[in-house]
Write a protein that binds this ligand. Structure first.
Ligand SMILES: Nc1ncnc2c1ncn2[C@@H]1O[C@H](COP(=O)(O)OP(=O)(O)OP(=O)(O)O)[C@@H](O)[C@H]1O
Ligand SMILES: [Mg+2]
Length: 285
C-alpha cells in the first residue's frame, strides 16, 4: 500500500492573526514496506504531516493519495482509511481511558464491529505484539509505567490491523530501557509487514532502524534518502538544528585523529570498521 503526497500545503487558521504556514509544497511517496523516519526541528511540520496521512487534517492545497485514491475527495471512505492507516499520537498514553488494558485495546476493533472470540483473538494478538507482561492485560492502564502505557496505546492502534502505522514521537520521554523495548517493538512490526512512518528526535534509533529518512525544515521537505545518504550531510542537518547519530560523530573524531574509518550507522558497524582499520594498520607495520 503506497501513500503519495502531491504538492501538499497546509495553512493553520488562514486569514486569522494566528495564520501559520505549517507545510509548503510537500511531495513525498511512502512505499509499501518502508520504515520512513520523519525528522525535523521543533515546529517543522512533522505532526501536521502525520495527521494528513490518515485524513485527520485536510490539505489547504495539493492531494494525499492512498493506493491511488484521493482521501479528501468527496465520498472518500474516511473510516476505512483510518483502519488502513493507523496513527499513534504523541504522548498517546494520555488518551487511555478504559478500566483495563484489555478494554482499551478492544475499543477500536469493537467499533469496527468485532465481537466474541474474534474480538478476543484480535486483542490478545495485538497485546502479544507489544511485549507486556501477561498479567498487565487485566490491570488498569493507570497502574503501569509511562513506557508500558504507551505500549498499551500502540496495541490499541495495532489491534485495528493497519497496513501503515504512523507514530508521532513514540519513544520521546521514555527511559533508555523503555526506549529500547519500544524501538524493538517497532522493528518487529515492520518485519511483520507493516509500513511505518516514524517521527523521532532520536537520531541513533533513526540510523539503526529506518529504511529512508525525510527531513522537514520550516514546512519544506529539505532532504529525502537512505539514513546513510542523509547522515552524510551532517553540516546541513546541524544548520537545521538537527543532530547526527553518535556513531557518526565518533567516526568524524576518529578521522580527525587520523583513523580512516567511514561513517558508521550502528555500533556493530563501527566496531567492525575499527577492527578492519587496526588490522590494516597491523598489516602495514
Ligand atoms: N492548531 C494550530 N494552529 C496554528 N498553528 C499551528 C497549529 N498546530 C501547529 N501549528 C504551527 O504549525 C507549525 C508546525 O507544527 P507541528 O506541530 O506540525 O510541528 P512539529 O514538527 O510536529 O513540532 P514538534 O517537534 O515540536 O512536535 C508550527 O509553526 C506550529 O506552531
Ligand atoms: Mg510534533
Amino acid at each position: 500500500m503506497s501513500i503519495r503526497i502531491e504538492h501538499m500545503s497546509h495553512v493553520y487558521q488562514p486569514g486569522s492573526p494566528f495564520e501559520a504556514d505549517a507545510l509548503e509544497d510537500i511531495d513525498l511517496t511512502i512505499n509499501d514496506g518502508d520504515l520512513l523516519a520523519l525528522i525535523g526541528h521543533t515546529g517543522s511540520g512533522k505532526s501536521t504531516l502525520a495527521q494528513h496521512l490518515n485524513g485527520l487534517l485536510t490539505p489547504t492545497s495539493g492531494r494525499v493519495l492512498v493506493d491511488g485514491e484521493d482521501i479528501n475527495a468527496k465520498g472518500a471512505d474516511r473510516r476505512a482509511l483510518r483502519q488502513r492507516v493507523g496513527l499513534l499520537f504523541q504522548y498517546a498514553e494520555y488518551q487511555l481511558f478504559e478500566e483495563t488494558v484489555y478494554k482499551d485495546i478492544a475499543f477500536g476493533p469493537k467499533n469496527q464491529g468485532l465481537t466474541g472470540d474474534e474480538l478476543d483473538a484480535r486483542v490478545r494478538e495485538a497485546f502479544a505484539k507489544v511485549h507486556l507482561p501477561a498479567d498487565t492485560l487485566e490491570k488498569s492502564p493507570f497502574e503501569l509505567s509511562g513506557g508500558q502505557m504507551r505500549r498499551v496505546a500502540l496495541a490499541g492502534v495495532v489491534a485495528m490491523q493497519p497496513r501503515v502505522l504512523v507514530m508521532d514521537e513514540p519513544i520521546a520521554g521514555l527511559d533508555p530501557k523503555g526506549r529500547d523495548e519500544l524501538t524493538e517493538v517497532i522493528r518487529e512490526l515492520h518485519d511483520g509487514g507493516v509500513t511505518i512512518v516514524l517521527i523521532s528526535h532520536n537520531m541513533d534509533d533513526v540510523a539503526r532502524i529506518a529504511t529512508r529518512v525525510a527531513v522537514l525544515d520550516k514546512g519544506h521537505l529539505a532532504m529525502l534518502g537512505t539514513p546513510r545518504e542523509i547522515f552524510a550531510r551532517g553540516e546541513e542537518l546541524e544548520s537545521m538544528g538537527l543532530d547526527v547519530p553518535q556513531t557518526i560523530q565518533l567516526c568524524r573524531r576518529l578521522r580527525e585523529g587520523g583513523m580512516g574509518v567511514p561513517d558508521c550507522l550502528t555500533n556493530e558497524e563501527l566496531a567492525a570498521a575499527i577492527c578492519e582499520t587496526l588490522k590494516g594498520g597491523a598489516a602495514d607495520a
